[in-house]
Design a protein around this ligand. Structure first.
Ligand SMILES: [Zn+2]
Length: 645
């Protein structure tokens, strides 16, 4: 019986096998067959190869453009099948936040006969355990195809596949930019086409579905883990952004969730030195759109951090250069801020009070690859809207999904409603109730793995493995403080005006008295002499006054706004060094200590990563000459400690 049964199954298996495989053998002889493509020189007729380096070194992709038809073709790198690539995208123009880093994609190409698929490898679930677990994880957690394209032709010399870049990057724009769609792909034009040895920079201007012209920038580079970079395990006592994954090769549940901190690959150039320059400094460029009057202060804010690196024996770890559009002597204008190789501090005139320090990270190791800080003009200009916009947000920080659900049921207790203008309240209640229908009462945590660090509402881990700066309200806080300062300055100016008026009146009266004393005999020329002398005196006095008067920048004294900008920049640079917020840092000193002479010129809080209020000190009496710092003038002791980690 047993033998007969075994025999039957094997016959069945043989039948299945034959049915499944016979047709393939019947159609063509074994061995790979090359599909027929139109000849490459025919396809590239009217196209010019892009050469962006002086020595004409081969580039990652070979690019060809046809400026008449606005078409672009590219030959994939020779070893594309085994190469991991990093595609970093940015909306470069046509939006209020144009310039803010968009998504990034860790991908590889895979050929299917005459097509190519762009595939994102699975990075969330891994195994570092035994061969069995590795094989199982590989089978269960597979890679994901993002898009696929036809191969247009092949390079007969290299056999490299050539693709249509318009079809890739304009036709599939929505795969990279959520919701992006060209109104008519034929209206796309090439804005940037640069080919470098390890990356290509490509951007297209498209007419978006609303008709608005938008430039979509793609920075495509080869990416491989630096051999000497060692991922560092996260520790919840030090607030770093993390790159996390689940290791199913580990059978101890405490070891299952692996979290690396995000950090730069910074090493001593000479490890034998106590104090060494870095092998590779972190270089920031300040964008040319930054107002000249604020550039010095922006630079200082970046350089604050060098103290923390000196503390670990690295001198000049961060370097700062100024981009300048001056036509006589342009500086660094050929560098694209969207290029993944360059870190920029960008200045956006968008009338929004915000600043943000996002970064791009290697999803396997947490190594920071690129950072572009966004500063805006709005926080300097911002005024009264702060009260209705900032306070509700501050009141909502750190609330759990349960609190959110409760507040939605009890709108009379909801700070978002209570602090809003009465005319806005009905709309806000309705909006919050709609949000409640989403998972976890609309809390962003619903989109992320709660076992990971940094999944609070503004922590930026939602829907991604590597956490980056999600939302930073530091600039909004500064806007609020500046609004108060402006109010104070305006009140003071109004009081001064009143004093001046009184004084002028007194002067006139004195002059009249003098006239009366001397009688009416005095000659007119004598009076003219006196007037002239008075004029000269006044002129001199004015000049002296001008010297003594503080420099005013946009209505605020420079010695006030300058250090404030440095402080804000230091906060955002901190984010790009991998640091999260530290909202306990302001508790390190008492108000009395902050305003004591001992702390003058020194950090008065534990960290620049807090949302620190401006220290506004009112003298106790006329004798009180205390002039404490109004903002952080260096990174704090916690910051030094965090960088040391
Ligand atoms: Zn922040």
């Amino acid at each position: 019986m047993l033998t007969r049964f075994a025999a039957k199954t094997s016959i069945l298996a043989a039948i299945v096998f034959t049915t499944a495989y016979t047709p393939a053998f019947a159609q063509s002889p074994p061995g790979p067959s090359r599909p027929e493509f139109p000849p490459m020189d025919k396809v590239l007729e009217g196209f010019k190869q892009v050469v962006s380096t002086a020595d004409g070194k081969p580039s990652l992709y070979t690019l060809w453009v046809n400026n008449k038809t606005n078409q672009m073709y590219a030959e994939l790198p020779r070893n594309y099948a085994s190469m991991k690539q990093f595609i970093a995208v940015t909306v470069a123009s046509g939006e209020r936040y144009a310039g803010l880093q968009g998504n990034d994609f860790y991908v590889y190409w895979r050929r299917y006969d005459n097509r190519l698929a762009l595939i994102a490898p699975n990075v969330d679930t891994r195994s570092t355990g035994d061969a069995e677990s590795k094989s199982s994880v590989e089978r269960l957690f597979t890679d994901r195809v993002l898009l696929d394209l036809p191969i247009v032709t092949e390079n007969p010399k290299t056999k490299g596949p050539i693709i249509d870049m318009d079809a890739f990057l304009v036709g599939n724009a929505s795969s990279f930019f959520p919701g992006a769609r060209a109104m008519n792909p034929k209206l796309a034009s090439i804005k940037v086409a640069k080919a470098f040895p390890s990356n290509v920079e490509v951007s297209f201007e498209i007419a978006s579905s609303s008709g608005l012209l938008k430039e979509l920038h793609y920075s495509i580079s080869s990416i491989s883990p630096s051999p000497s970079y060692k991922p560092r395990a996260a520790d919840e006592r030090i607030g770093y952004f993390t790159t996390s994954y689940v290791d199913l090769g580990k059978y101890d549940s405490d070891e299952k969730n692996v979290r690396f901190i995000n950090r730069w690959h910074l090493e001593k150039a000479d490890p034998s030195l106590k104090m060494s320059p870095p092998k590779q400094p972190i270089v920031f460029y300040i964008e040319h759109t930054t107002p000249k009057r604020y550039r010095y202060w922006v630079k200082q804010g970046v350089l604050y951090w060098n103290k923390a690196f000196e503390n670990i024996g690295i001198r000049d770890a961060i370097e700062v250069y100024q981009q300048d559009a001056d036509s006589a002597a342009p500086k660094y204008m050929d560098l694209d801020p969207e290029d993944v190789r360059y870190n920029f501090i960008r200045w956006l005139n968008n009338d929004i009070a915000t600043a943000i320090g996002p970064s791009r990270v290697h999803p396997m190791t947490g190594e920071i690859l690129d950072a572009d800080i966004i500063l805006t003009d709005g926080w300097i200009r911002a005024y009264e809207r702060q009260f209705s916009e900032l306070l509700p947000k501050l009141a909502m920080q750190g609330h759990s999904p349960n609190t959110l659900a409760w507040l939605n049921d009890h709108p009379n207790w909801d700070p978002r409603v209570l602090l809003a203008q009465p005319t806005e309240r009905a709309r806000l209640i309705r909006e919050n109730q709609l949000a409640q229908l989403k998972p976890m009462a609309g809390h962003p945590i619903a989109n992320s793995d709660p076992s990971m660090l940094g999944d609070d509402q503004f922590d930026g881990l939602t829907g991604r493995t590597s956490q980056v700066n999600g939302l930073c309200l530091a600039a909004e806080g500064k806007a609020f403080e500046l609004a108060i300062l402006r109010m104070q300055l305006e009140l003071a100016a109004a009081t001064d005006d009143d004093d001046d008026k009184d004084k002028d009146k007194d002067d006139e009266e004195e002059e009249d008295e003098e006239k009366d004393k001397d009688g009416e005999k005095k000659e007119d020329n004598q009076k003219e002499d006196k007037d002239k002398k008075d004029d000269d005196k006044e002129e001199e006095k004015k000049k002296e006054d001008e010297k003594e008067k503080p420099q005013i920048l946009d209505g605020i004294p420079e010695d006030f706004i300058g250090p404030l900008i440095s402080d804000l920049v230091a906060h955002e640079v901190g984010h790009t060094l991998g640091l999260r917020h530290n909202f306990k840092a302001s508790t390190i000193y008492t108000l009395e200590e902050i305003n004591s002479p001992e702390l003058k010129g020194k950090p008065f809080a534990g960290s620049v990563m807090d949302y620190l209020p401006i220290n506004m000190y009112l003298p106790k009496d006329k004798e009180d000459k205390t002039e404490p710092d109004h903002t952080m003038v260096a990174v704090g002791p916690y910051d030094m400690w965090a960088i040391e980690y």
